[in-house]
Design a protein around this ligand. Structure first.
Ligand code: ADP
Ligand code: MG
Length: 728
């Protein structure tokens, strides 16, 4: 066995699960202890400062400088009491993870002393030198000035020894350079539009918040094995690897018990998350071996997004301690289940109502139907934008492959709701309905079971499924920042609700009764959005054909999906809702294309490196073994050797042929890369990488994976799928 491989496997032997003790067996005793939450604020802030933060959270008001100084003083006192030494503005640049620049609390003072310093100005705004973060041409790199500004709606927290202050990140000229800014905008437009529609049903509603409950899938890979796989280390996924004789076909992992090392990791992950106020609640095995999922209780969407970004960091930190690499990639293993991040989305009122939950009375059900049908219409009208919002190099591998929804956006609503929509379509007449028809319809609407969950046979193959009291967007990739798709969902919904309100009001002004007006607009929406509804098997080929007939897009690759961002309709949408300016939208388009290119470029280089300096040398060693063997056979058997050494000779030939093909393919791929690298336009370059460079990956991999099953197991330089997937 190659010494490297042998050593890495050796380190695995005798590895026992770490012992994890929670600070207390009552989670309530340590939950949120690292968060500057309401309790901490009450304790450490003056009454005035506390009130001003609460106002800012409620109304999005700014906090004035004097008050900011007071808030900062309280926050500092709290953070120091918890052992923090540094603070940072914590923000979400368009690269997808979080960014931070740590500053120490202390400042040198006269006489060689130091004082602890963190004032209002440090709390409210910072100017990180962020010239190397992507800006899509908005910021001249030599100007390098973006700034971060405090988002009081998401509480500060301590991670490690650092006080983290959630912030937005904008250019000096005020353009959003991050995920949070447009998300906050979308939350506020949806709030206004949804409140206006709620007024038809309940005058007491004054605020509507979008809610998100994410489910994070991931793989655990033993850290020793991970270090021996340059592809995972540099790209997050395996670029080579023959499938293991046993994979996920027995489905024994999904229902199996979680192995001890994984349980220890999860326990600690949960403890750390709870200290940070992340309400993780469920954990279970996923379809593939060593694949798992964790999910929290849903929260207001801004907080939920921050918590998801944060938990990815917590996972890494805790994983390292337990000797695990956390593979968050959408497709770490070819031919196995990929990882997604289901986004459960709904809207809640300040009167305690979930707007996508059927109620107990005809009136509340009418409201539910209104929001439900408007969601379908919004998703129908902007399906392509939703597709664009989930596009990434990693997600391209997942969509449409092994237990993941296809790249076609459709909605599943279940038989119960389908029949109700059909009935509305049949019964509602233009203009006035007879009192009889009306009471019939109301009766039917009143009969929507309040627990649809049990009545809907859950369809697991739909990218956008109604699951009883929320929609579940399942097409989001596991590494994605949920803010991208959530901003889009909120925005299209806001636009839709605004249009709805306008149309209903027009009918009311023309003399129609409110209920009639709502029904007649809903009926039209039901008809217009029909082709987005699909109840069948989303994984089947039949659906691909059917979707094509319906005129639904099926765009499989990122650079092409991103083009939807430039549709006039999309530009108009963002402009009208003021969620993104045209400049911001274009910058985003450029950055996402650039991200895609970089990912594929790096993968291509890693493939070349591994093929040339790991695989081919191993093949040569194996050939030498065979050559020696054949020579020996000749010495012993003379003329008979050819017949007796048939296998060795055949393998020698096969290995030579494959090695030559690998060498040639790598060379050709490099040439294509050179051509692509000369292209200036980000989108054209991404497309070139997608169409000309990427196709080599499969071809090279095919040859390498074949060598893997020929060459002596002891000589193979990379940990194999069976080791990566089944190591415990
Ligand atoms: P499962 O889909 O596994 O059966 P649930 O239906 O309970 O589990 O919920 C799945 C996820 O949906 C959880 O993260 C949960 O918090 C979230 N969720 C439940 N209700 C809502 C809601 N109103 N808005 C957003 N997310 C929700
Ligand atoms: Mg789910």
């Amino acid at each position: 066995m190659s010494t490297y491989r042998f050593q890495t496997l050796q380190t695995l032997l005798g590895r026992t699960p770490l012992k994890v003790d929670p600070p207390s067996n009552k989670v309530s005793e340590f939950y949120g202890e690292s968060v500057f939450n309401v309790d901490a604020m009450k304790k450490h802030l003056t009454d005035d400062a506390y009130d001003s933060v609460m106002e800012a959270i409620k109304n999005g008001d700014r906090i004035d400088r004097k008050m900011a100084d007071q808030v900062a003083a309280g926050m500092r006192e709290w953070a120091l009491s918890k052992g923090a030494t540094h603070y940072t503005h914590w923000f979400q640049p368009l690269t997808g993870r979080t960014a931070e620049k740590h500053d120490a609390f202390f400042e040198p003072a006269e006489g060689g002393r130091a004082i602890e310093r963190f004032g209002g100005s440090q709390l409210v705004q910072q100017e990180p030198d962020a010239s190397s973060l992507p800006s899509g041409g908005i910021r001249n790199t030599f100007e390098a000035r973006g700034y971060t500004a405090w988002d009081p709606t998401s509480p500060a927290f301590i991670f490690g020894k650092t006080l983290c202050i959630p912030t937005v990140f904008v250019s000096y000229t005020g353009e959003a350079l991050d995920f949070k800014t447009p998300l906050l905008n979308s939350i506020s437009v949806l709030d206004k539009a949804a409140v206006a529609v709620c007024q038809y049903f309940d005058k007491n509603v004054t605020k509507v918040t979008a809610t998100l409950g994410w489910e994070q899938e991931y793989f655990l890979i033993d850290y020793a094995l991970y270090t021996a796989r340059p592809d995972i280390a540099l790209t997050g996924r395996t670029l080579f690897g023959h499938s293991s004789s046993k994979g996920q076909q027995l489905d024994d992992h999904y229902f199996g018990s979680i192995h001890d090392r994984a349980v220890a990791f999860m326990k600690e992950l949960e403890i750390e998350s709870h200290k940070l106020g992340i309400p993780v609640k469920t954990r279970h095995n996923e379809v593939a071996p060593n694949q798992f999922e964790c999910a929290p209780v849903f929260e207001e969407v801004n907080l939920a997004v921050d918590h998801n970004q944060l938990i990815m960091d917590v996972m890494e930190k805790v994983g390292r301690k337990h000797n695990f690499y956390i593979a968050l990639h959408e497709k770490p293993f070819a031919g196995m289940n990929g990882s997604g991040k289901h986004n459960n989305w709904s809207m809640a009122t300040d009167t305690g109502v979930n707007l996508l939950s059927p109620g107990k009375t005809p009136k509340t059900n009418f409201r539910f139907l209104t929001f439900f049908v408007n969601t379908l219409k919004a998703v129908h009208d902007y399906a392509d934008l939703i597709r664009a919002s989930i596009a990434s190099a990693g997600n391209d591998h997942r969509l449409g492959a092994n237990e993941a929804p296809p790249a076609i956006i459709s909605a599943f609503i279940g038989s119960e709701l389908t029949s109700i929509l059909d009935e509305i379509e049949k019964t509602v007449k233009p203009g006035k309905m007879t009192p009889d028809e009306k009471s019939q319809l109301k009766l039917r609407v009143g009969r929507i079971p309040d627990i649809l969950l049990d009545n809907t046979d859950r369809n697991r193959t739909s990218p956008f499924a109604f699951t009883g009291n929320k929609f579940e967007l399942r097409a989001v990739g596991s590494t994605a920042n949920c803010a991208g798709p959530m901003t889009v969902l909120n925005t299209v919904m806001a636009k839709q609700l605004r249009d709805f309100k306008k149309e209903v009001d027009a009918l009311i002004i023309s003399g129609q009764k409110k209920d009639d007006a709502i029904f007649s607009i809903l009926k039209r929406y039901i008809i217009e959005s029909k082709n987005i509804r699909f109840e069948g098997n989303g994984y089947g080929d039949a659906w691909v054909k059917e979707a094509e007939k319906r005129g639904l897009s099926n765009v499989k690759t990122t650079p092409h999906a991103l083009d939807f961002f430039l549709d006039k309709k999309v530009k108009d949408l963002f402009k009208a809702t003021k969620v993104l300016t045209p400049t911001e939208l274009e910058a985003r388009y450029e950055i996402l294309n650039e991200n895609y290119k970089l990912k594929v470029q790096i993968e291509s280089r890693v493939i070349g490196d591994i093929a040339i300096n790991h695989i081919i040398p191993a093949a040569f060693q194996y050939q030498n073994m065979l050559l020696e063997n054949v020579k020996g056979m000749k010495d012993v058997f003379g003329d008979q050797y050819q017949e007796l050494a048939e296998t060795q000779i055949e393998e020698l030939r096969e290995v030579s042929e494959r090695v030559n093909r690998i060498k040639k393919l790598v060379y050709e791929m490099v040439e294509e890369r050179k051509i692509a690298n000369k292209i200036e336009d980000a989108s054209k370059q991404a497309k070139q990488y997608c169409e000309k460079v990427f196709p080599f990956f499969e071809k090279i991999r095919y040859e390498v994976d074949k060598l893997e099953i020929v060459i002596d197991d002891n000589l193979w330089p990379l940990p194999k799928y069976r080791e990566l997937l089944f190591a415990k």
